[in-house]
Design a protein around this ligand. Structure first.
Ligand code: DNO
Length: 395
């Protein structure tokens, strides 16, 4: 297993020097400054790579091996007129990355918004802060702040009633903060930041879009990308929709095992792979993570290791838990990933996903979910599990 670490580039408060200290060997990164839909020029990729490798010394080498993510322009997801230019650009970026040796590419196909939370500083009893998604707050935003047309039909009467009380109990600052958290998006997102009006417009473009149509648009996109990926030995790794269910009345199509079956049926190429984001898939009680790790064995090129604790009454509400103490059987997942590697004779990239905000990191600014110490704790715990399983098997 290659231990990787996400680095947002020179503006990331967590420096390459700190990453080096965690013992990670591989860097997951992207050219975040390039506008969505534009080509990543080979020179810029080369320079980014050089920056990562510049202070390498024997015994401490970092390499950029995984791209997370090349954003997919919404026009591609909509198959809007003129979207072919964006597909061509996406393929050109892939070719330029491959030419520089970056051959694992994470991406997602979430309409309008990327990963979403409602609370970026949820205090746990031991004093750390975690990311949280609260379905009631989300509904309050959708119904009473965004006032989305026809939103009522997506909620039961009881949910609407609860959302109204949640909304009424929120201070004006709280409402503004929630709005910003949802529509401005989080670091690492692959969609635009919106104003409330732009957001309504972006959603409206999808009105009437069915799951089948969105799936067909993904398959058509991949139909053009995969032959190039095959020729260049590039592995694509689609990231699931986070949270993994429909939001704002528009379809999300990478949420479950069945969704993945449909994806591979539409495009069987071996380069059509996935990012097993354990935390995202694990946000649904009907996703059995060790079973998925086994089932999609030869499709998993990259894994995000983290887990959530789901609400007892409302399972769509979740808080990001300690890496080994969530609702997901993390040890079971890691065991399967190790078995997969042995069976296939190849190593995958894993990274600790999201960490709690803790200790000294509480005194500085870091990107939500992307603290240094919390992620290092996650990585250290995962590393321990990997080592223990690998050694025990040998005894
Ligand atoms: C959040 C991440 C996402 C992810 C993109 C992948 O922490 O999982 O930003 O990188 O959705 O395309």
């Amino acid at each position: 297993m290659h231990e990787s670490w996400r680095w947002f580039g020179p503006n990331d408060p967590v420096s390459l020097g700190e990453i080096r200290q965690t013992g990670a060997t591989d860097i997951v990164s992207a050219l975040h400054d390039i506008p969505i839909g534009q080509v990543w020029p080979r020179d810029a990729i080369k320079a980014h790579k050089a920056l990562i490798e510049e202070s390498n010394i024997e015994g401490s080498m970092l390499h950029w091996t995984v791209t997370e993510s090349i954003p997919v322009h919404d026009d591609i997801k909509l198959a809007a007129p003129g979207h072919q230019a964006y597909v061509d650009n996406w393929i050109a970026s892939l070719e330029n990355l491959a030419a520089e040796g970056v051959r694992t590419i994470c991406y997602n196909f979430m309409p309008v918004i990327d990963w979403t939370r409602t609370d970026l500083r949820y205090r746990l009893p031991n004093g750390v802060y975690a990311l949280r998604f609260d379905q009631g707050e989300f509904a309050a935003f959708d119904l009473f702040i965004l006032k989305r047309k026809d939103a009522e039909s997506d909620y039961t009467d009881q949910e609407t009633k609860r959302a109204r009380s949640t909304y009424e109990a929120m201070s004006p600052e709280g409402r503004t903060e929630l709005t910003k958290t949802i529509i401005a998006g989080l670091p690492g997102k692959m969609t635009e930041a919106y104003s409330l009006d732009d957001f309504r417009e972006a959603l409206a473009r999808y009105s009437g879009m069915s799951h089948a149509q969105l799936r067909a648009n993904l398959a058509a996109f991949l139909g053009q990308v995969l032959p190039v990926a095959e020729a260049l030995d590039v592995n694509l790794a689609i990231h699931p929709d986070d949270p993994p269910w429909d939001m704002f009345g528009i379809p999300r199509i990478v949420c479950t095992s069945d969704d993945l079956d449909a994806l591979f049926e539409a495009q069987p190429s071996p380069c059509n792979g996935i990012t097993l984001c354990v935390g995202t898939y694990g946000s649904r009680p009907d996703n059995d993570l060790p079973a998925m790790a086994r089932r999609f064995r030869d499709r998993i090129h990259f894994a995000h290791l983290r887990g959530v604790s789901r609400g007892r009454e409302e399972p769509r509400t979740f808080v990001e838990a300690n890496h080994l103490d969530s609702d997901v059987d993390m040890v079971g997942v890691i065991k399967v990933l190790i078995e997969n590697e042995r069976a296939l004779g190849k190593e995958i990239f894993i990274r600790p996903d999201h960490g709690h905000l803790m200790m000294g990191d509480q005194m500085r600014s870091t990107n939500p979910g992307y603290s240094a110490i919390g992620r290092m704790k996650g990585l250290a715990e995962i590393r321990g599990v990997v080592r223990a399983i690998s050694e025990l098997d040998r005894l």
